[in-house]
Design a protein around this ligand. Sequence first.
Ligand SMILES: O=C([O-])CC(=O)C(=O)O
Ligand SMILES: [Mg+2]
Length: 647
Amino acid sequence: MFSLNGSSFLNNSLPGVPRGGLSQSRTKFAFPTVVAAAVSSNGRPGENGNVSVLVENNPKKETKDASSPVVEKETKSKVSGGVGDVYGEDTASEDQSITPWTVSVASGYPLLRDPHYNKGLAFTEKERDAHYLRGLLPPVVVSQALQVKKMMANIRQYQVPLQRYMAMMDLQGRNERLFYKLLIDNVEELLPVVYTPTVGEACQKYGSIFRQPQGLFISLKEKGRILEVLKNWPEKKIQVIVVTDGERILGLGDLGCQGMGIPVGKLSLYTALGGIRPSACLPVTIDVGTNNETLLNDDFYIGLRQRRATGQEYAELLHEFMTAVKQNYGEKVLIQFEDFANHNAFDLLAKYGPTHLVFNDDIQGTASVVLAGLIAALKLVGGSLADHRFLFLGAGEAGTGIAELIALEISKQTGVPVEETRKKIWLVDSKGLIIRSRMDTLQHFKKPWAHEHEPVTHLVDAVKAIKPTVLIGSSGVGRTFTKEVVEAMSSINKRPLILALSNPTSQSECTAKEAYTWSEGRAIYASGSPFDPVEYNGEIHVPGQANNAYIFPGFGLGLIISGAIRVHDDMLLAASEALAAQVTDENLAKGLIFPPFSNIRKISAQIAAKVAAKAYELGLATRLPEPENLVAYAESCMYSPSYRSYR
Ligand SMILES: O=C([O-])CC(=O)C(=O)O
Ligand SMILES: [Mg+2]
């Protein structure tokens, strides 16, 4: 698509195209060779309400001669009662080639089918006249507020979470602004639907519930052509890409191509919670195969039916992708790696950190969120971070990422080198406590955590030996904080801090109820997936949700508004401090070490401001001059889902 700029064009018809669109005039206008759109300054057709005329077509692979007007070919359909079949579509047999070029006009019927501009029953009388909608809608005109009310009532009727998810995805594909309005206004209720935990089940069943494709699929078949594939995406001004290769979806393992639900879900949070425009978000799934036998044998599987490519073949595809992204979208596009397996996640971050604006949510996002929770929790348990001892179950992306950020923060606070502060932090993996004697066989990202100690195999024994004040689960394996483990934590600490981070709910190390019951109401508990409040001995305990969703949307917004070109660890620390500062005494009194999600857009603006300030301080920001009030600036940049008026 190329843009025809100029304001007069926005208000008038395309040359040769009657106002009101091609759909009403197909017999007069055949095979337009011009692909044109009313494009506003942000590259999005009519984003500012200029939806007068939008024509898109794809005559690239034109097989017919554009100069021979098809209209003159008197083809009469034999299928549907002799209606003119000017394109020969109905009369062609199934094995006959025809050109599938389409003409869509953001007016009349196609306007109702375009999720970016559709408002459904909220189109005003004036808009119905101006955009040829008369008769295409029932007479009533309703407000967006009423549409929200109706959709929420509809969604609440579904008892099965996956049905709610599908209803939300359908809405996103039908009326984007209404989708975001719903999500923003009902964030606490709908986050678990479009995101963790339901998105996990959606990915597991993605093939069977697949309807409209969402996002960009880049498979081994596209090797050598990734730049071309990026150009197929309809939006040109991309600011955030979330990419997965589906190898470690939440704690559910390898879901191959069906991991697409994750980038789609994360990006809808970028918009709803962080205010990034939906048109600037690009979900990507890289399909290099799957080692999941169930999926390989599933008729409905949507991905490549082969085992995962590894080594050079994998690295080359990823490198082509990273190069093409920078070439197509420039230096300032944020690439968020999501749910890659450990063996690739660390390497990708290390490899592309110096050359691209990359962020690994599972390593860095989780770390920043958990550190924020710990900083807030200090007000309940006392002392400084350096006074605490930390024990992790799980030494993968989340575990080692959190551990490193804690060590870094303690080092900043105390001036003690990070090599020393790491000694306050112990990790247990599937083979037991990570200790010096295991050094030779440890993966590189575990090595900094190998301290001097006797071998310990079981978590409960590690708790007894290390005597941690904080226990963090990040192994992706559910039900591992047993009664014995929680009791051991509670016998050592007056207020044991227990974080069960693995997702979705089925993989949680222990439930909120278990943590409160087994600690006799003393635990300070937060989990990756949400749990309801729990009553124990007449007292209500509210579990916090230690989920990345607190940080990445605001973090990304901060990078974008400052025009940052690289991510720096100090930005993660700044984000943690900004989030921790949002936890009120009232929250803490309920045992909550994270603020409620209901305030998340305000929180995101605070995080964005601190991250942007750090980018300026570090000389990594390119948007100059630095805005005076970064919070106000962040807020002013945020997308609002209210309908625009169409002239
Ligand atoms: O998606 C979430 O809820 C958090 C996350 O990144 C993960 O568990 O991989
Ligand atoms: Mg993740």
